[in-house]
Design a protein around this ligand. Structure first.
Ligand code: LLP
Length: 443
């Protein structure tokens, strides 16, 4: 097994990469050849390495040791119950964005007092469910949300714990679809408005200000934007404290990037060091909401080549995974490395191809003009770094069942979510039966 930088093969650093070739040239997840999994459960299939997940969580958590802190895993990145249970057992909390995520987090054993609830559009039932569960706090993103939360709390005759999500107007220097900290984005509250809303909270019998938070974007590969955001949150905390507000925690959000291709994001320990420098002597607990950095490089999507299609313009390699299974390349032009399940013997067999899925959209393309080892019909390939925002963004487009999910633990593996069957896809439908009676009765 190769020693790698955080979640990646090659280079220095302290972390292991758990997808690699064995002596016989077979791609393995930990000690299990991925071809064995494909033979048993078919493809496309997501495969997660338990050891990588454990390690990434531990290294991230340890990076903030020395200051009271809570790692609330951003479960939108991968909300598989197996992943959640594993992280819960290691002390993780959760950052949730919906009533559905709340339900899954509690089901997986994440204690409610370690759950923070983010999101710009929480419905009343979601606010109510969060209050019922007694979560740590609601990360409130607007005045209307604050009023709605106050009203729901009043109806239940409780006090709602509020953390104000401020928008520090920092450029995260990432893909515009996943940048959230600029003034023009829909997320968070301008700093000055935060001061005003804190007064609203002070006057309310049903609201309690417990923290401040921010989240400026995702796949951030340099420290300065994250630290600038933290600085403005801490300044606001100081101003609020001077006015007599109790701020128990500050939440830096998530966003630390991972290497997909040639990026070299800071190691969590570098982030930890700079953040802890700023937190020295401060009274607030630090909350963090990492998603991608925990699971991104802990998962791959395994797929099989259906056809080679040489055309005059180029050669297409058509695989059985598609944009409905892994949306990131279509939606963001995201890069995922492609590794054959059997290591090519020589470099001579490489060719430049487009790797595409079967869905009827030109955007159903995983790689354009990519140099890959020659792939034949029936070959297995892995899309690497697919553990975050992979399965969770899958859909049933083109009436395709969503992939199976498998977790590997050393030389053992288990299906942690079965492949969706074609019957599953029709289970909640009734067709014209929904009207009751047969056609013609209506008249
Ligand atoms: N906290 C909040 C409030 C968030 O909105 C997010 C991600 C996170 C934490 C976790 O961020 P991370 O540590 O994973 O960067 N689907 C996109 C990413 C969307 C991120 C949404 N928010 C992708 O595939 O790149």
């Amino acid at each position: 097994m190769a020693v790698g930088v955080f979640g990646r093969r090659g280079g220095g650093g302290s972390l292991m990469f758990h997808f690699d070739y064995d002596d016989r040239g077979q791609l393995c997840a930990e000690r299990v050849p991925v071809s064995a999994i494909a033979d048993a459960v078919g493809t496309p299939t997501y495969i997660y390495a338990k050891a990588t997940l454990e390690r990434h969580f531990r290294v991230f958590d340890e990076a903030f040791q020395g200051h009271p802190h809570l790692v609330c895993y951003a479960m939108k990145a991968n909300s598989s119950l197996a992943v959640l249970e594993l992280l819960a057992a290691r002390g993780a909390g959760a950052d949730i964005v919906s009533g559905g995520e709340l339900r899954r987090a509690l089901h997986a054993g994440i204690p409610p007092e370690k759950i923070v609830f983010s999101g710009v559009g929480k419905a009343d039932w979601e606010l109510s469910d969060g209050l019922e569960a007694r979560i740590l706090c609601f990360n409130v993103e607007s005045e209307p949300e604050l009023s709605a939360l106050e009203q729901v709390a009043r109806q239940r005759n409780v006090q709602a714990p509020v953390s104000l999500r401020v928008n520090p107007d920092v450029d995260a220097q990432t893909h515009p679809y996943i940048a959230t900290g600029l003034a023009e984005s829909k997320f968070g509250i301008p700093i000055e408005e935060g001061l005003r809303l804190a007064e609203h909270i002070r006057r309310s019998d049903h609201l309690d200000l417990v923290g401040l938070d921010c989240h400026i974007g995702s796949q951030i590969v340099t420290l300065p934007p994250l630290l600038a955001a933290l600085d403005s949150v801490l300044q606001l905390a100081d101003r609020l404290r001077a006015q007599g507000h109790g701020i128990h925690h500050v939440d830096l959000g998530g966003g630390l990037g991972i290497p997909y291709q040639s990026e070299s994001p800071p190691h969590p320990s570098e982030l930890g060091k700079s953040v802890l420098d700023r937190m020295k002597g401060r009274p607030e607990t630090l909350v963090l909401e990492p998603g991608r950095v925990i699971v991104g490089n802990a998962g791959i999507l395994l797929s099989r080549v259906i056809f080679r299609k040489p055309t005059q313009a180029r050669t297409f390699v058509i695989v059985d995974a598609a944009m409905n299974d892994l949306l990131r390349p279509s939606l963001y032009g995201a890069f995922h490395d492609i590794w054959p399940a059997r290591r090519a013997q020589t470099d001579g067999g490489r060719e430049v191809v487009d790797v595409v899925g079967p869905v009827c959209e030109t955007s159903d393309t995983f790689a354009k003009e990519r140099s890959v080892p020659r792939l034949e019909r029936g070959d297995l390939v892995a899309f690497m770094s697919a553990g975050a925002y992979g399965f969770v963004m899958s859909s049933n487009y083109n009436a395709r069942g969503r992939p199976a999910e498998v977790m590997v633990d050393g030389d053992r593996w288990a299906v942690v979510r079965e492949r969706e069957s074609l019957d599953d896809l029709m289970n909640h439908e009734r067709g014209l039966d929904a009207f009751g009676g047969t056609e013609g009765d209506a008249g």
